[in-house]
Design a protein around this ligand. Structure first.
Ligand code: FAD
Length: 436
């Protein structure tokens, strides 16, 4: 029998569990441990609430989660409640699938000013992550600036632009819907250091900006490279750049009919945040040019009004005591998934924050191949039996998959009309919803 602990119940954790079941069948016991009482990581707390079809992938993880072989152990923080060394003594392999939950720091003057947020916090707020539910961003100003040229920046801009009706069928949490209903934002600027050829936005997400009820995109045609240069781009990026060209060609009337404009400001590097009474009022930006794919400052600066700023510039893994960490890359130090004997990582904790949900699947299968190679039939460790003893000894209140089902049922029952669920946004309510 092999005893495997997977830390983290996001896509990487569940694809790894799926791979373990496929590889070993009944010859393994797999515990998927999460610090939250609810599973699925960024499927629940990252993926945009108005993209429900993407969130439906969790149904696949549910199949893995409901057998005898795999169990969910929620509400246990590894590194705080139980150490890596303790886990390592109980399981043949410990696989860290803890993602990259921390914002990369916006290293400019004034980054700690009020109403300036990283995307982990801001997205966590509208998605009901218990760590960020109390964020309370002030949406009473007219200018929002979103830094970044990836899909997360697009998610944030779109959420800020949508009407209440456009959130029908989404699971945006009530506190965010209430705040957005009263929002006074009219100008959303997406700021990127490089140009249209360097965006990391996918066509589907970009295309959505053409169909918003009260917002339309704006691009300065002067920022576009010659059309013939698009031929060298890979097909996905070429499609995205074609959409950016479409935005630039929109007639002014397309925007004048809509109260909100989403402006793409390319070749623009944030330099400093300007505050008024401790709250952001503007951002100072330096014009750049791209040389050999890199943004280089030109020395020309300008100021842009900003009442709210969300920086979507990437994420880092949270360090865990006893696990070697690559500070520069912001993830666990690893060699293709191996960290130390018996200790592995997978998903964003291994690769850093890039790729789609599906990218984590081959990662999960690959790490199980490594574990299989390294541990053979297992070393007669005690696995979940000993883990349960430790849990009881520490008095930890574990949430099982059956408990999660009860929490989920309560969320579905509380949904406003047309919505799939109303999420609990704090740990106490989640635990309470599980019942006796
Ligand atoms: C804002 C945003 C939107 C996205 N939208 C899309 C999209 O539309 N489509 C798409 O394909 N991809 C999208 N992605 C990417 C996708 O979410 C990731 O590829 C995927 O979630 C990474 O999986 P993971 O399992 O490595 O990490 P995560 O999903 O972050 O899961 C990590 C899990 O580990 C748990 N954990 C962390 N630390 C500990 C600890 N110490 N002890 C116990 N548990 C711990 C966390 O609670 C969490 O459940 C988006 C990402 C973001 C940030």
């Amino acid at each position: 029998m092999r005893h495997i602990a997977i830390v983290g119940s996001g896509p990487a954790g569940y694809y790894t569990a799926e791979a373990a079941v496929k590889k070993w069948g009944e010859e393994a016991r797999i515990d998927v441990i999460d610090r939250l009482p609810v599973p699925y990581g960024l499927i629940r707390t990252g993926v945009a609430p108005d993209h429900q079809s993407i969130k439906a992938v969790s149904r696949r993880y549910e199949k893995t989660a409901t057998g005898e072989t795999v169990r969910f152990v929620g509400n246990v923080d590894i590194g705080t409640d139980i150490s890596i060394a303790e886990l390592g003594s109980l399981y043949d392999a410990v696989i860290l699938a803890t993602g990259a939950p921390k914002d990369r720091t916006l290293a400019i003057e004034g980054a700690d000013t009020a109403n300036v947020f990283g995307s982990a916090a801001f997205v966590g707020w509208y998605n009901g992550h218990p760590d960020f539910a109390a964020l309370a961003p002030d949406l009473s100003g007219s200018h929002a600036v979103v830094i970044g040229m990836g899909n997360v920046a697009l998610d944030v801009a779109r959420i800020l632009a949508k009407t209440e009706e456009e959130f029908a069928g989404s699971d945006i949490v009530a506190h965010a819907l209430d705040a957005l209903r009263d929002s006074r934002i009219e100008h959303i600027t997406i700021l990127g250091r490089r140009g249209p050829h360097q965006i990391m936005m996918t066509p589907k997400e970009l295309g959505e900006l053409l169909h918003l009820e009260r917002a339309a995109p704006e691009v300065d045609a002067a920022d576009l490279p010659p059309e013939g240069d698009d031929a060298i781009l890979e097909p996905g990026l070429r499609k995205s750049v074609t959409l950016v060209r479409e935005f630039a060609a929109l007639p002014e009337t397309a925007r004048s009919e809509k109260p909100i404009t989403i402006t793409f400001d390319f070749f623009a590097s944030p330099r400093a945040i300007v505050s008024d009474d401790g709250r952001i009022s503007a951002i100072e930006v330096e014009r750049t040019k791209v040389e050999l794919g890199r943004a280089v400052g030109t020395g020309e600066t300008y100021r842009m009004p900003a009442d709210l700023l969300v920086s979507c510039i990437g994420y880092q893994t949270s360090a865990i005591e006893g696990v070697p960490f690559d500070q520069r890359a912001g993830r666990f130090a690893n060699d293709g998934g191996r960290i130390l004997p018996g200790l592995y990582c997978v998903g964003w904790a291994k690769r850093g924050p890039s790729g789609t949900i599906g990218t984590n699947r081959p990662d999960g299968y690959a790490v199980i191949d490594l574990v299989d190679e390294d541990i053979g039939p297992g070393a007669r460790k005690r696995g979940r039996e000993a883990f349960d003893e430790l849990i009881a000894e520490r008095g930890l209140d574990v949430v099982t998959f059956r408990d999660w089902r009860k929490i989920e049922e309560a969320e579905i029952a509380a949904a406003r009309e047309g919505a799939p669920r109303e999420k609990f946004v704090d740990i106490e309510s989640m635990i309470a919803a599980r019942g006796a």
